[in-house]
Design a protein around this ligand. Structure first.
Ligand code: HEC
Length: 230
């Protein structure tokens, strides 16, 4: 059963197992990709040892850092979006989102040294569809929302443990979101809908209601960068 912490015990077991399999794979592998990965692995492990850090401390720090980056990113997206709506109306703001959402995300990614994006099963921009690492987490968030379980941010090790994937659910929180993501007859005005259709012919991000899961923040945090912060 999926709990709000996304299978805490089973998840830990799987993590340990993945770790073991990964270490065994390293012992027997000799490809260049594995060698690079082993170098990173050893470097992080050595600096962890020098600083006497535990895995739990690293996960905790990644959680704190992920929370603060995603909050800052959310604020930046929202203030730019509100400004665009005030200046050009909702239809005008669609062009703003179309041209600026990705550049804002990549600017923030550069600033923090962490890959930052938003992802959704029902994406407006196909580039925001979930990866294989992200899909099961989105599934769990969706399950929680449907069963009135509070969603907590989550950290998961990916890419052999070199990357900590921080995620945080994004919920349709106000009427403001519905103007562009709500019901096509009730919430989204006709001129706006035309604009969305022309810019996003494969749009899936419509028909949402207040309280629905819209997607999630997804941050790829290098473990090395977290260790350096401690
Ligand atoms: C002015 C219209 C508009 C409003 C208002 C708006 N959005 Fe969006 N939203 C968009 C557009 C356009 C995109 C696609 C951006 C891109 O090309 O990456 C988008 C993308 C997203 C994405 C990324 C996933 C995807 O579908 O591509 C999320 C998550 C999201 N919006 C959540 C929200 C939430 C939550 C609110 C309310 C707080 C909101 N949006 C308000 C227009 C809007």
């Amino acid at each position: 059963m999926i709990s709000k912490f996304i299978f805490p015990t089973l998840f830990n077991l799987m993590k340990n197992l993945t770790y073991t399999i990964f270490s065994i794979a390293l012992l027997f592998s000799c490809g260049p990709r594995e060698r690079i990965s082993k170098e990173v692995f050893d470097k992080v492990n050595n600096s962890m040892e020098a600083k006497k850090l535990s895995e739990a401390q690293i996960t905790q720090e990644a959680m704190v850092w992920g929370d603060s980056i995603s909050t800052a990113a959310q604020q930046q997206f929202m203030s730019s979006l509100h400004k665009a709506v005030e200046e050009n109306g909702f239809a005008g703001a669609i062009s703003f989102c179309n041209g600026n959402a990705a550049p804002i995300a990549s600017e923030l990614s550069k600033k923090y040294g962490v890959e930052i994006r938003r992802t959704s099963f029902r994406a407006r921009n196909p580039a925001n569809r979930p990866t294989a690492d992200e899909s099961p987490i989105l599934d769990a968030y969706q399950y929680n929302v449907e069963n009135s379980i509070e969603n907590e941010p989550n950290i998961q090790k990916i890419e052999g443990g070199d990357i900590l994937l921080y995620t945080k659910a994004i919920v349709i929180s106000s009427e403001f979101c519905l103007a562009c993501h709500g019901d096509v007859k009730k919430d989204i005005k006709a001129d706006l809908l035309n604009k969305i259709d022309s810019l996003y012919p494969n749009d899936l991000a419509r028909g949402f209601r207040l309280g629905n899961l819209r997607g999630m923040w997804s941050l790829k945090i290098p473990k090395k960068a977290v260790v350096n912060r401690l």
